[in-house]
Design a protein around this ligand. Structure first.
Ligand code: PMP
Length: 375
């Protein structure tokens, strides 16, 4: 059997990784400024994280989702405190797409409506309803034909007002920083107006924090830069530092009922321990503060590069916009300079998503390497 070939892959085969460094089968080291799409939050193979997972593997040799798992409550308590979201309840699942799928399902149940309002260049994953909430028709045609989606331009309040006034939407889903799209952001005024209009029209506001959450933006959640409170927050990626885990935080004004949502693997012991370990390291090593500080440092240093047309993003969710397409630059950075970076739907944007415990000297190294590659 062959693999179903849906991704172009770089010809690099990592065999080990530590902190910011990934080593391939030939012993070549790479500096990782991408972390597998913002998945690596506390660095590769963080000793506290691997220790916690090893202990859990030794302890648990069974699996059942029909009995108590106290780790879930521990995780909910810790996550509530660290994110300052104690007035939300947690449902655990396995990925970002699944998190958004569940969020849209809840919105539909709650409002008895099905239309979703999403924004151009947003990305929310690849399963039925969540797939529908993306405008990239070429790779993500909607599967669920009933789920109508209105794709609006970001920051166009008049267009948003016109759409929500139709009264048929169950949810608005948006990223506070567009990851896959290329780092565009809603303005504070736009996000706050969207939140107010959602309240007025009883539409569920879903903050997709799958990529921007868990400290990456310099606050626990990126929507917290705008002083709003969503009804549902979807999480994944950096949450497990590479272990597959996702979840939705559901505001307590939405009541749970038996059968509303379900999952076989969501909230399993290893996923809980991986997430707890990430939260412990974020707290012990002040990584959210580090993300904010080093994001500011990055932005200052990027101003010295004349080729950069625009510096985008916040914290360590960053993008550099050039006046040329970055595909060849990324190839050069990997194969010649041994440095991983990311691309975006916007072909002119180079994405930088390092682990949140990155040090200043590693950012200096990044800029020296980028300067050489640009020469
Ligand atoms: N939402 C956002 C904002 C994302 O960036 C992604 C993944 N790129 C997803 C949802 C989907 O997550 P997953 O790949 O874990 O299904």
């Amino acid at each position: 059997m062959k693999l179903f070939d849906v991704y172009p892959l770089y010809d690099v085969t990592p065999v080990s990784a530590k902190g910011m460094i990934v080593t391939d089968e030939k012993g070549q080291e790479y500096l990782d400024f991408y972390g597998g799409h913002a998945v690596i939050s506390i660095g590769h193979s963080h000793p506290h994280y691997t220790q916690r997972l090893k202990e859990q593997v030794d302890q648990i040799g069974f699996y059942s989702n029909a009995v108590q798992n106290p780790l879930q409550a521990q995780l909910a308590t810790k996550l509530g405190k660290l994110s300052n979201c104690e007035n939300y309840n947690l449902f655990l699942c396995n990925s970002g797409a699944e998190a958004n799928e569940n969020a849209l399902k809840i919105a539909s149940f709650k409002t008895k409506k099905s239309k979703v309002i999403a924004f151009k260049n947003g990305f929310h994953g690849r399963t039925s309803a969540a797939v529908a909430a993306t405008d990239n028709k070429k790779i993500n045609a909607p599967i669920n034909k009933q789920q109508k989606v209105a794709f609006l331009p970001l920051n166009d309040l008049a267009a948003f007002q016109k759409e929500i006034q139709k009264g048929d939407a169950c949810a608005v889903i948006l990223e506070a920083i567009q990851g896959v799209g290329g780092l565009d952001e809603p303005t504070t005024n736009f996000y706050q107006s969207v939140a107010l209009l959602c309240k007025a029209w009883k539409v569920i506001l879903i903050a997709d924090e799958v990529q921007s959450g868990f400290g990456r933006s310099g606050k626990f959640f990126a929507f917290q830069h705008h002083g709003i409170q969503p009804d549902i927050i979807s999480i994944a990626k950096g949450m497990g530092n590479g272990f597959p885990v996702g979840g939705v935080l559901i505001h307590e004004h939405i009541e749970a009922s038996y059968g509303m949502l379900g999952t076989t693997f969501g909230g399993n012991h290893l996923a809980c321990v991986a997430t707890l370990a990430v939260l412990e390291v974020l707290e012990q090593e002040n990584l959210i503060e580090n993300a904010a500080n080093l994001g500011a440092y990055f932005t200052e240093k990027a101003k010295d590069l004349p080729q950069v047309k625009k510096i985008k993003g916040r914290g360590l969710m960053l993008g550099l916009e050039f006046d040329f397409k970055v595909t060849d630059l990324r190839k050069k950075l990997i194969y010649k300079h041994h440095l991983f970076t990311g691309g975006a739907k916007d072909p002119y944007v180079l994405r930088i998503l390092p682990a949140l415990n990155i040090q200043k000297n590693q950012l200096d190294l990044f800029f020296n390497t980028l300067k050489t590659a640009l020469r």
